[in-house]
Design a protein around this ligand. Structure first.
Ligand SMILES: Nc1ncnc2c1ncn2[C@@H]1O[C@H](COP(=O)(O)OP(=O)(O)OP(=O)(O)O)[C@@H](O)[C@H]1O
Length: 367
């Protein structure tokens, strides 16, 4: 592993509870990680500790085999060779793009690579401009560039001195929503092309999924799951992750059948593929055991022929789809993503059926 965060805890002075508690994860060389979670869950604190701007009070942080932070060891931030990109870009307004990108190739950073003379620096800046798709812009000033272009300059500047690791803190949050997803995909492509290992903090799931090979979900100072996006979505480890990732609602379920042939009974019908749930329960669950079953908007399919009907209580247009909020007799609410040519009115009843590939369910908490 290239970056190793091992049982790291971080506390701020006079704070009641630690900001980060016993967090462990790792990145392979060239792998892109993303941390998501609600505000205050500890993402930025963790990123700052990796950068060397906060100290880990317990645990260890290693980069390429070097102990950066651990018992009795603390490598200074400027000696870590870690680059950072921030949400406000932090470009120098009075320097042109070439000087902005070349900034990190002077002074303390000079020993990162062989950029000692002007010609070498120019070549490196040129390579970076090409990498981020801004060739020809070197003479412009930051205010002459769009927000997305400025963020690419910030990326080029951070990559220029060849850091060992790149950290990105909410890099898209000051940009338009439409721009964000496209830029997130561009950033992923650029980072992959540069071959750098990177860790990004964001509160936006789409960005995390667009950039990260692996995504970590934090809540209340803990890392709840560190996994590939597909696994986070289809095999969430905790109820919090299940709820946080994607649109879904929990409905009551009950295990039916005998060991080896169990199914989940729900108000919308019976789900048969419960093998994974049984693995996690280690076959201790018994017939009739109560569960909360997660049904996401793509698990519920609109089907005129289905005998099961639900009433539309809200709808929101998403372009290709409508996100319908539906209500069953008895009041249970569900979400369903329906192709937008099925334009039904609020109050109308439509036929629905389940189409669940991976059953996500958690034993109902006692009480
Ligand atoms: N300098 C500080 N001094 C004291 N407490 C702090 C400091 N910075 C953050 N905290 C606290 O540490 C906890 C984690 O904050 P952190 O900023 O790491 O969360 P976050 O997940 O990055 O949130 P956001 O998405 O809002 O930036 C919070 O309870 C926060 O109030």
């Amino acid at each position: 592993m290239f970056l190793q965060v091992d049982q790291v805890s971080i506390s701020y002075p006079r704070a009641v509870a630690p900001a980060v508690q016993a967090v462990s994860f790792a990145l392979r060389p060239g792998e892109l990680g993303a941390l998501i979670g609600p505000s205050g869950s500890g993402k930025t604190t963790l990123l700052r500790a990796i950068a060397g701007l906060e100290q880990a009070h317990a645990g260890r942080i290693l980069l390429d085999g070097q102990l950066l932070d651990g018992p009795g060891v603390r490598i200074a931030a400027e000696q870590r060779r870690i680059g950072m990109v921030f949400q406000d870009f932090a470009l120098f307004p009075h320097l042109d793009i070439e000087a902005n990108i070349g900034f990190g190739l002077h002074g303390d950073h000079r020993d990162y690579g062989n950029y000692g003379n002007k010609q070498q620096r120019r070549r490196r800046v040129q390579d970076m401009l090409e990498l981020v798709g801004l060739d020809g812009m070197q003479g412009k000033f930051p205010h002459q560039l769009s927000g997305g272009q400025q963020q690419r300059v910030a990326l080029a500047r951070a990559l220029a001195p060849q850091p060992r690791l790149l950290l990105l803190d909410e890099p898209f949050s000051s940009l338009d929503v439409e721009l964000r997803e496209r830029l997130a995909e561009d950033v992923r492509r650029i980072l992959k092309q540069a071959g750098i290992t990177a860790l990004m903090v964001t509160h936006d799931q789409m960005e995390a999924f667009a950039v990260g090979d692996v995504v970590g979900v934090m809540q209340k100072s803990r890392l709840e799951q560190w996994d590939q996006p597909y696994a986070l979505y289809h095999r969430p480890a905790t109820r919090f992750v299940a709820d946080f990732i994607g649109h879904g609602m929990f409905v009551p379920g009950a295990l039916v059948g005998a060991a080896g042939d169990m199914a989940m009974e729900t108000p919308l019908g019976r789900l048969h593929d419960v093998s994974r749930i049984m693995e996690t329960l280690q076959s201790s669950a018994t017939h009739g055991a109560p569960f909360d079953v997660l049904l996401r908007s793509d698990d519920i399919v609109h089907d005129d022929l289905s005998p099961l009907k639900a009433r539309i209580v809200r709808k929101s247009f998403r372009g290709a789809d409508f996100l319908y909020t539906l209500q069953l007799d008895g009041g249970l609410e569900l979400l369903s993503l329906v192709p937008s040519h099925h334009d039904h009115a609020i109050g109308e009843s439509i036929g629905i059926r389940l189409d669940v590939n991976h059953v996500v369910a958690f034993p109902r908490a006692a009480g």
